[in-house]
Design a protein around this ligand. Structure first.
Ligand code: ZN
Length: 319
């Protein structure tokens, strides 16, 4: 799973950080998913090596403008490119009226299906929001000034390593048979031997997982949602010193994000949704927020626009 930050600023864009959006590239398929879509996200696509034509699903955390103003433009451009098979959008109740209203009042016909999915019921019951092949998505209510939801994307367990030497020793013919055995199937050979795929595979490996929690003040639900994930992307709008402002505006400080990561036992924390007040050259900078977070949770990084992370079980490397 490959994660690319397309926007890491809170509220307004700056010269170096656009407003919120994260792209998720799924392994072994060309589908692209998007978490939030702040204004200018389609421009960020053009500056990255991602192709907007591969976009299939968009998950929206909440209806504040810095998370959704990019939707009408991006969806309109997708329509002009032609041959879009459709996009599924997930988010709070007002998402559908917002998108359809913007398209309708600008006389925009997109020419492909848009499917809206409200997330409130799955968020409050804890039910699976989406199952798509190897992936499941859960969501959870966060604590913000308006309804906001965090998301977790988890890959299914992967089959263990296939032991080719053992297969050769058994004089099994390579080719399609190997693929079936790798998938764990039991296969009967022409000579009558029955070979169990599971006997030739090592122990199953956990699939990768990530959680995206923004916007929110410190929240127990975020800890539950992020439990054990390989990567937690958590908002860190304010520094620890500005905690009072964080509580007033229902946002997190660097230390709240780190506390969440520590309690959830995640592998890697990425701080995002940074207030422009911590831009380089100011009294306090985002590097200070990083230091504060690392004092609580060492394996923390500072997200920046176009940073791409490759997730594998228990590892998270920038590419
Ligand atoms: Zn917000």
């Amino acid at each position: 799973m490959q994660i690319t930050f397309l926007g890491t600023s809170s509220g307004v864009p700056t010269r170096s950080r656009n407003v919120s959006s994260v792209a998720v590239r799924l392994p072994q398929r060309s589908d692209l998913w998007l978490l939030d879509c702040g204004e200018g996200t389609q421009h960020q696509f053009l500056r990255s090596n991602l192709r907007v034509s591969q976009l299939r699903r968009i998950f929206v955390t909440h209806m504040h403008g810095d998370h959704v103003f990019g939707l009408p433009g991006l969806l309109a451009s997708l329509g002009m490119a032609g041959n879009c098979p459709g996009v599924d959008l997930y988010g709070p109740a007002p998402l559908e009226a917002f998108v359809l209203g913007a398209l309708q009042h600008s006389s925009t016909r997109i020419g492909y299906p848009l499917r809206f999915h409200r997330v409130e019921a799955a968020a409050s019951s804890g039910a699976v929001l989406l199952r798509d092949g190897e992936f499941t998505v859960h969501c959870s209510p966060l604590i913000h000034r308006i309804p906001a939801f965090g998301y977790r994307i988890k890959e299914k367990e992967r089959a263990g390593r296939f032991n080719i030497e053992q297969a050769k020793d058994l004089q099994l013919p390579p080719g399609p048979l190997f693929a079936r055995l790798k998938a764990g199937e039991t296969v009967t050979l022409e000579d009558g031997r029955e070979i169990r795929g599971s006997d030739l595979c090592g122990p199953t490996q956990p699939g990768v997982s990530m959680a995206y929690c923004t916007d929110t003040v410190f929240s127990e639900a975020a800890i539950q949602l992020a439990r054990g994930v390989d990567l937690l992307i958590h908002e860190s709008t304010f520094s620890h010193g500005d905690a009072e402002m964080a509580y007033q505006r229902q946002h997190s400080t660097s230390t709240m994000a780190a506390q969440t990561a520590a309690e959830a036992g995640v592998f890697q924390l990425a701080l995002t949704h940074l207030s422009p007040r911590y831009a380089p050259g100011n009294q306090e900078t985002s590097e200070d927020l990083l230091k504060e977070a690392r004092a609580i949770f060492q394996n923390t990084l500072l997200a920046k626009d176009f940073l791409t992370l490759e997730l594998s079980p228990g590892a998270c490397n920038s590419v």
